[in-house]
Design a binder for this molecule. Structure first.
Ligand code: ADP
Length: 406
């Protein structure tokens, strides 16, 4: 039997997973044996799995009665499939993506009843995301009671930001209560930071901005491959325009909606998280591909705003860094949309960035010209690798210093 680590990312309507073989390679990377997902939970759940060589291993509709197929059922289905298909592997640990670690967690942590209640106390800070991660932990702990469950946090990577980058201009006692900027997408940024030396060489420790552009979208400023600033703040609503989230908004708008439009807090939350962003502005779709294919003026304007917000926030992070050495695009849109990358890069000429259009059309990896003072890249993210690696590190830490029993 060989040991392996299961990485789980339970989102609002999907559960993604990856199984990684131990031990790690010399560069610290873990070989991925299989990965896949169940999407369409609650609507029309569909399971797919892909092998190490990119071959399709499964692609099935998984439930007759879609409404009864929840996250717990999705994880059970995944585990049943893994037990059948990975007969030579023993799970040494399960790593979970947890969106919010608050001020408490700067590293992966083994889940105990105490940790679980600490994670639950953070639900109010990420009401749409945190419950899914916690449900994933509960479901797998029940099925695999002897396997360590390890929580890995999207906020943890940003704990290196200077104090001033984490502060809001609110009365001091509120910061003490935890009302401050946390930043998200940290597992993705950590992966990109780990890959930078391969692409950028010595420049990797310079002033780098990573653009994680997916359904959720944010930017992170790195120096010395550590986070120094990011566009997401207290919640995953701030910063860029996203698929269905508004991004940065004058807080006065929220007051106006409550006072003048008589909206409840539940209605405002639903508006800002679910009905805004590309979907709200276009009135058509949250999927960039649909908007790019549309000839409706509102779709074009939604894309214009998406690009405009990225360019403005890039300027802000470049100012925080005191200049820019490299720009990296990642996630669904960042990795796949040459159109968006071109429009962003062409507006960054003032920073010295020169786009190589042909390289951009084939997705790089290097998309800036050889003489561009600011280099530009496309690097695929791999959050599951970071989760698996974080789980392994926590296992090794625990073995090196077993609990004292006090
Ligand atoms: P999530 O935040 O859900 O993990 P992803 O990183 O998978 O999101 O990104 C999803 C987004 O990527 C969608 O808006 C989708 O339209 C966009 N996307 C994927 N492929 C392409 C493509 N070829 N061109 C433009 N956009 C794309």
């Amino acid at each position: 039997m060989n040991d392996a680590i299961l990485a789980v990312d339970a989102g609002s309507s999907s559960v993604k997973f990856g199984v990684f073989a131990l031990p790690a390679a010399r560069d610290g990377e873990l070989a991925r044996l299989v990965h896949g997902q169940i999407e369409g939970i609650g609507v029309a759940p569909r399971f797919s799995a892909v092998g190490a060589g990119g071959e399709t291993l499964a692609q099935d509709d998984v439930a007759d009665v879609a409404t009864q197929f929840d996250h717990q059922a999705a994880l059970s289905h995944t585990l049943d499939w893994l037990v059948q298909h990975l007969s030579g592997q023993r799970l040494a640990a399960v790593g979970h993506r947890i969106v919010h670690g608050g001020s408490l967690f700067a590293e992966p942590v083994r889940v105990t009843p105490r940790v679980l209640s600490q994670l639950e106390a953070l639900v109010s800070l990420a009401p749409l995301h945190q419950p899914h991660g916690i449900a994933g932990i509960r479901a797998l702990a029940e099925r695999l009671p002897d396997v360590p469950q390890i929580a890995c946090f999207d906020t943890a990577f940003h704990r290196t930001q200077p104090a001033v980058a984490q502060l809001f201009g609110l009365p001091r006692e509120l910061s003490g209560d935890g009302i401050r900027r946390y930043g998200f997408h940290g597992l993705s940024y950590q992966y990109i930071a780990s890959q930078l030396p391969k692409y950028l060489g010595t420049d990797s420790d310079g002033r780098v901005i990573v653009a994680h552009l997916g359904n959720g979208a944010s930017l992170c400023a790195l120096r010395g491959r550590r986070s120094v600033a990011s566009t997401m703040g207290f919640t995953a609503l701030d910063g860029l325009l996203m698929g269905t989230r508004c991004g940065g908004l004058d807080p006065g708008v929220v007051l106006y909606l409550i006072e003048e439009k008589h909206m409840t807090t539940v209605q405002v939350a639903e508006l800002l998280y679910e009905r805004s962003g590309l979907l709200g502005v276009s009135g058509l779709s949250s999927d960039l591909r649909v908007l790019l294919a549309s000839d409706k003026p509102a779709a074009a304007q939604a894309i214009d705003l998406f690009v405009y917000r990225i360019v403005r926030e890039l300027g802000s992070l470049a100012a925080a860094l005191g200049g820019l050495d490299a720009l990296v695009f990642t996630a669904g849109i960042g990795e796949n949309s040459a159109h968006i990358r071109q429009r962003v890069c062409e507006q960054l000429g003032w920073l010295g960035l020169k786009l190589d259009r042909a390289a951009n059309e084939v997705h790089g990896p290097r998309i800036g010209t050889a003489d561009s003072p600011v280099s530009a890249w496309v690097i695929a993210t791999n959050e599951e690798q970071v989760i698996a690696r974080g789980a392994l590190d926590e296992l090794l830490r625990a073995r090196a210093s077993p609990p004292s029993g006090h």
